[in-house]
Design a protein. Structure first.
Length: 264
């Protein structure tokens, strides 16, 4: 049960963090993206741990549908993450299962500011559908509220600040962009068993309204227990139409286990 619950928590918190990274603008600076159904972007991400070991993943983020519930407009945001291993010669090959996370979020979220999004996980996921590899997809109602509850049950405290510091032209495999530069820094604390974990992070992101979800390029550095890891990524392809969900099976409702082993 503990192993299963831990994996579930990583998936739930992952969608929150990943969605925020892909949307991040600045405190009191509007995200300013249109939530167009069919729009998508593909980015490549490189992670370097404290020992210099590297891994990579491709992340495809798309808007694959829209609907209205109780008078509120929602869109389905789907993230497809494929991990890659990197050998000593720098060659990459797929490693591990592909993960798909499809989340129903309020459409107005795309015109909000990052501070409000970051501190309101309930707004991130009205419903989530997750699929690991070729397994059956699992549906979670009120997924954002669950993520919020999980973090609170762990005594989690999140504090991040973002600010726009200028503009510059950046070039990625997807083209050249006149991008806004957004710097961010902050901390996240949580208690697991009897240990308090504190992560200090700082980031720089380049954002353009030409690209769905805004993100063009990003660099992040995180420190935990004196160990520093780095993540960098950039968009390699994007489009304004054609995105469709890769989840084709009927989702099964996921039964949520209790989590007594997290500190509150």
């Amino acid at each position: 049960m503990i192993q299963y619950s831990g994996r579930l928590f990583r998936l739930i918190s992952g969608i929150a963090c990943a969605f925020l990274v892909s949307q991040a603008s600045a405190d009191s600076i509007k995200i300013g993206q249109k939530a167009e159904v069919g729009s998508w972007q593909l980015r490549q991400e490189l992670t370097t741990d404290d020992r210099g070991r590297q891994s990579a993943q491709e992340v495809r983020t798309s808007i694959v549908g829209e609907e209205e519930r109780d008078g509120i407009a929602y869109v389905w945001v789907e993230m497809v993450m494929q991990p890659y291993s990197i050998d000593k010669k720098g060659n990459q090959k797929p490693s591990g299962d592909r993960t798909i996370i499809k989340t129903l979020v309020e459409k107005q979220l795309f015109s909000g500011d990052i501070a409000n999004v970051f501190n309101n996980l309930r707004g991130i996921g009205k419903e989530m559908i997750m699929q690991q590899g070729d397994g059956d997809p699992m549906a979670i109602e009120e997924g954002g509220m669950m993520a919020d509850t999980l973090l609170k049950s762990m005594g989690s405290e999140v504090s991040f600040d973002f600010k726009e510091v200028g503009r510059e032209k950046v070039t990625t495999p997807a083209g050249s962009f006149d991008a806004r530069i957004i710097d961010g820094s902050g901390t996240m604390e949580m208690k697991v068993f009897v240990k308090t974990i504190r992560v200090n992070s700082r980031s720089r992101q380049w954002v353009s309204e030409k690209v769905p979800f805004g993100i063009v390029k990003y660099e992040t550095e995180s420190e935990m227990d004196g160990k520093v890891s780095k993540v960098s990524g950039s968009v390699i392809e994007y489009g304004s139409s054609g995105a469709k969900s890769l989840i084709t099976k009927t989702p099964q409702k996921l039964q949520i286990p209790s989590l007594p082993f997290f500190g509150g």
